[in-house]
Design a protein around this ligand. Structure first.
Ligand SMILES: Nc1ncnc2c1ncn2[C@@H]1O[C@H](COP(=O)(O)OP(=O)(O)OP(=O)(O)O)[C@@H](O)[C@H]1O
Ligand SMILES: [Mg+2]
Length: 251
């Protein structure tokens, strides 16, 4: 099982849309089995699949209960090969609990939990909060690959250096962590976006050559809870997400 972490310290950059659509494309086009982990107390990925709840064990219980059986937190989506571990506001408290509990190693809980199911999935995609709290650090310690979605605006580069520094620091716990690249999302053909993308291309960061176009269909797709390639297969963002996954897979 390859673990892919989707992360940016900024909100609203399409972390959740990228996580959901990448997971769905790996399932529907490539026939892979995918576990999507919602690691954000907002629970947007969980809500998208109508699996947000306080009844079923979520990522919060997985991170805080001793000897937790990961299977207890796994829920099925309506897509047969796509499963989900949900998140809710309990993750806020869970983050505090992890930090307070000095009797266990705090950074490797998620890694160990995912090891229990590593033979059951081809990919695990972790949708993170716009933050660098202990549950986000757990995701980086568990990760093989990390992808940073970026929306180009006046503030898009804020925090990027700090985020990338974090990847270096995490290597103490996870030496094989691979920063796959930044993915420009919500791209519109205007000066700001064109210049912003050119600026990023000139930086030292790895970049995906595919960018995801801004399309109203993406917003609409969240209301109908359908991944973009089924909601509007011919729209720009659907084509771009397909190409992005192809580029990620090196095809
Ligand atoms: N390609 C796109 N075209 C148009 N709108 C988009 C696109 N991608 C994402 N959006 C919209 O941008 C908003 C933010 O997307 P999303 O929730 O995926 O961001 P996020 O980084 O997960 O945010 P948060 O930090 O709050 O978790 C949503 O309303 C979504 O519908
Ligand atoms: Mg999100």
């Amino acid at each position: 099982m390859i673990i892919i972490v989707i992360l940016n310290l900024k909100g609203g950059v399409a972390k959740t849309m990228t996580s959901i659509n990448m997971a769905h494309i790996l399932v529907s086009i490539y026939g892979k089995k995918v576990l999507l982990v919602d690691n954000d107390k907002q629970g947007n990925s969980s809500k998208f699949f109508h699996l947000h709840s306080y009844e079923t064990p979520s990522i919060a219980e997985l991170l805080t209960e001793r000897k937790f059986d990961t299977h207890r937190a796994i829920q099925h989506t309506k897509y047969p090969k796509l499963d989900l571990i949900s998140a809710n506001m309990n993750l806020l408290n869970a983050n505090l609990k992890i930090i307070m509990d000095v009797s266990r190693q705090q950074q490797t809980i998620l890694k160990k939990a995912l090891q229990q199911v590593e033979n059951e999935y081809d990919y695990c995609i972790i949708d993170n909060a716009p933050d660098i709290n202990i549950s986000v650090i757990n995701s980086l310690v568990a990760a093989d690959d990390v992808i940073v979605p970026i929306k180009i605006d006046q503030f898009s580069f804020d925090g990027l250096d700090q985020l990338i520094e974090q990847f270096e620091e995490i290597k103490e716990f996870n030496p094989s962590l691979c920063f796959k690249g930044c993915l420009v999302t919500q791209f519109a053909k205007n000066e700001v976006n064109i210049q912003g993308e050119a600026h990023l291309n000139n930086q030292k960061y790895p970049m995906f050559s595919t960018h995801i176009r801004r399309t109203e269909k993406v917003d609409e797709s969240t209301f109908s809870s359908e991944p973009i390639i089924t909601y509007s297969p011919r729209c720009g963002a659907a084509k771009d997400y397909r190409n992005f996954v192809k580029e990620y897979l090196g095809e």
